[in-house]
Write a protein of this length. Structure first.
Length: 345
C-alpha cells in the first residue's frame, strides 16, 4: 500500500514513520540514496526507535533504551558492551526490512515478502482504467509539485470511502459544484464506470476549479488528446484524479474499523506553483468542497451500516464496486456473496 509522497525524503537520513495495520514502519533514505522501510523496532528488546512522524536522522539510528546503533541501511553497527558478547553475530540483528518501492513519486510498501511485485499488481488496474500504462507516464507524477495536502479525519471504515470513489451515482445529489464544471457526472456514470481510456469531458470552456473558469496550460508531457478527466483507483488505498492541468492523489490510511485518515495532494506543474495568476487555490477549493461532501456521505453510511438490519444493494451505475468487493473478499479468503455477483442488482 502507498504510505506517502517521497519528495520530502530527498536526502540521506530524512525519514517518516507510517502505521500500516498493527505495524509501525520507519521509512528512511540511505546514504546510497535508496529509500528503505524497516519495522520501527529495536532488535534488542523492541523499543520503538523513532517517535516523531518525520524528520532527519544523522548518520545512524540510535535506540534510546540501551543505545544500540544502526546504519541508515538498517545494519547493526554497534552496541554498548559488545566486547562481552563475542559470539554475537551483528549481521543477524539488523533492523527488520519491509519491501518498499518508489513509484509515481510515492513510497509503496508490502508487509508480505512473498507478494507479487508492485508493478504486477498496479499495472493491470491502470491499464483497465486508462487503456494504456503509457498514458499515466505522460502525467509525470513524480515530477509534479505538491501545492497543498489536505488531511481529512473521517469517521468511517476505509472501504466505505473506496466505494464512494468507485461510483458517480452520488454525484448529482451530492456534488452540485462539481457537476457545474463536468455536467456528464450528473448522469451517474463517470470515469470509473466507463470503458478503458474513456474519461469525462469538461463543460465548454471550463476547467477543474470552483469558479469553473480557470484554465491552465496542459501538464508537460500531455498531448492535446489528453483533454478529459480520468480517475483510477489503485487498490487498496489510492485514488488518482488526472486532469489536463493537475493531478489529485487521494491516500487512505485506515486508523481503526470505524476511522480513516484521508490525505489529498494537489499536484501541479512546478512552473505553476508560484505564479500568482495560476489561481491554484481555485482548483484546490473545488476538490476540498467535493471531498467534504463525500466525507459526510461516508460517515452517514458508517452510521447506517453498523445496524444489524443493514443489507445493501448495488445499482448498475455502481458496477465497478463489484471488482473492489471481489478483491476484498478474495483477500480475506471468502467467496463473493451471490448478491454482488455480475448481473445482480
Ligand atoms: S531496546 Fe533498543 S537498545 Fe535495548
Ligand atoms: Fe464524490
Amino acid at each position: 500500500m502507498c504510505v506517502g509522497r517521497t519528495d520530502s525524503l530527498d536526502s540521506p537520513g530524512k525519514f517518516q514513520v507510517s502505521q500500516v495495520g498493527r505495524e509501525n514502519l520507519l521509512i528512511v533514505r540511505g546514504r546510497d540514496l535508496r529509500l528503505r522501510a524497516f519495522h520501527n523496532m529495536c532488535r534488542h528488546r523492541g523499543a520503538r526507535l523513532c517517535v516523531d512522524t518525520s524528520g532527519a536522522l544523522g548518520k545512524t539510528i540510535r535506540c534510546m533504551y540501551h543505545g544500540w546503533m544502526y546504519g541508515l541501511d538498517g545494519r547493526l553497527t554497534s552496541a554498548p558492551n559488545m566486547a562481552d558478547m563475542p559470539g554475537m553475530a551483528k549481521d543477524e540483528y539488523g533492523l527488520l526490512p519491509v519491501r518498499l518501492e518508489e513509484w509515481l513519486g510515492y513510497a509503496w510498501v508490502n508487509l508480505d515478502e512473498l507478494a507479487p511485485s508492485l508493478g504486477s499488481q498496479v499495472e493491470p488496474q491502470v491499464q483497465a482504467r486508462l487503456g494504456d500504462i503509457a498514458k499515466l507516464d505522460r502525467y509525470g507524477l513524480d515530477r509534479l509539485g505538491c501545492a497543498k495536502t489536505i488531511r481529512y479525519d473521517v469517521e468511517c471504515n476505509w472501504k466505505i470511502f473506496v466505494e464512494n470513489l468507485m461510483e458517480c451515482y452520488h454525484c448529482a445529489p451530492l456534488h452540485p459544484q462539481l457537476i457545474a464544471v463536468i455536467p456528464q457526472f450528473a448522469t451517474g456514470y463517470g470515469t470509473i464506470s466507463s470503458r478503458p481510456g474513456v474519461g469525462v469531458e469538461f463543460a465548454e470552456g471550463a476547467g477543474y476549479s470552483l469558479s469553473g473558469t480557470v484554465r491552465r496550460p496542459r501538464l508537460p508531457g500531455l498531448t492535446p488528446a489528453d483533454s478529459q478527466l480520468h480517475a483510477v483507483v489503485i487498490r487498496p488505498n489510492v485514488f488518482l484524479v488526472l486532469a489536463p492541468d493537475h493531478v489529485a492523489v487521494y491516500r487512505l490510511e485506515p486508523v481503526s474499523a470505524g476511522r480513516t485518515t484521508v490525505f489529498v495532494d494537489s499536484l501541479f506543474d512546478p512552473a505553476q506553483l508560484h505564479r500568482t495568476d495560476a489561481d491554484l487555490d481555485n482548483t484546490v477549493e473545488l476538490r476540498d468542497i467535493t471531498v467534504r461532501q463525500d466525507v459526510e456521505a461516508c460517515e452517514r453510511c458508517q452510521l447506517g451500516m453498523r445496524s444489524a438490519a443493514y443489507q445493501g444493494v448495488l445499482v448498475p451505475a455502481e458496477h465497478a464496486i463489484v471488482d473492489f468487493y471481489r478483491y476484498v473478499y478474495g483477500a480475506v479468503g471468502e467467496p463473493l456473496p451471490d448478491a454482488y455477483r455480475e448481473g445482480a442488482g
